[in-house]
Write a protein that binds this ligand. Structure first.
Ligand code: MN3
Length: 241
């Protein structure tokens, strides 16, 4: 509340407090309600991680303007909207996993924007400058076993990303020890109880046009091919461990 308004408000509250119907306790409970959440955790269940690198760190594969708009506008808006929905709908989940496990019961606003926040945090951490190359260790063994080879995996994953109709994501998922590739529409993710293929996400690519249109226009295929150069396999291995 702005200072002078607050003073006016307090003054009128004190006048009201003099009336028998309004106790000082009620006045106190009302004061400040506009900027305090009902519980400490619920409205801030979702937040944006600090971007782990600069906007231009993934150039030439992902351009700086795309990164900046993607992080500061698109991603930030999902945070604002999901926390608005959580507050307005009085949702109370102990963590993000519990939120997504109840996706079928959430409003479109809560589900879409919650997915938007989580998916982008996951996406930023799936990439890093000077990465790409090949997976190693246990992860490579599992990929070889499931898909035949890393190249065959990349081909199948790229195909899923290219074939995702409209806006959405392609995922590599650990489903009870089995690796799977899946696509999701909009901001859905494999943690949601509504997902056709559920499991623990290991890797994801954002194929919304906002993720590539400035540099690649309609050539989603070129964006996907370039994206492999920034995949952070060390992070994917950590998620698989
Ligand atoms: Mn996006």
């Amino acid at each position: 509340m702005e200072h002078s308004n607050r003073r006016k408000f307090l003054k009128s509250s004190l006048l009201l407090a003099a009336l028998p119907a309004i106790t000082p306790l009620e006045m106190f409970a009302f004061d400040g309600a506009e900027d305090k959440p009902e519980t400490a955790s619920a409205p801030y269940l979702f937040s944006q991680i600090p971007l782990p690198y600069s906007y231009d760190a993934l150039v030439p594969h992902i351009d700086a303007m795309t990164m900046e708009i993607h992080y500061t506008k698109h991603h930030a808006t999902y945070v604002k909207n999901v926390n608005e929905a959580i507050q307005a709908e009085k949702l109370n989940f102990k963590n993000e996993a519990a939120f997504f496990a109840a996706a079928s019961k959430l409003s479109a606003k809560a589900k879409n924007n919650g997915g938007g926040v989580w998916n982008h945090n996951f996406f930023w951490e799936s990439m890093a400058p000077g990465k790409g190359g090949m997976p190693s260790g246990k992860l490579k063994e599992a990929i070889d076993k499931t898909f035949g080879s890393v190249d065959q995996f990349k081909e199948a994953f790229s195909k899923a990303a290219l074939g995702q109709f409209g806006s959405g994501w392609a995922w590599l998922i650990n489903h009870n020890g089995t690796l799977k590739i899946a696509g999701t529409a909009n901001q859905d993710n494999p943690l949601m109880d509504t997902a056709a293929v559920q499991g623990n996400p290991l890797l994801a690519i954002d194929v919304w046009e906002h993720a590539y249109y400035l540099k690649y226009q309609n050539k989603r295929n070129d964006y996907i091919a370039a994206w492999w150069n920034v995949v952070n396999w060390d992070q994917v291995s950590k998620r698989f461990a």
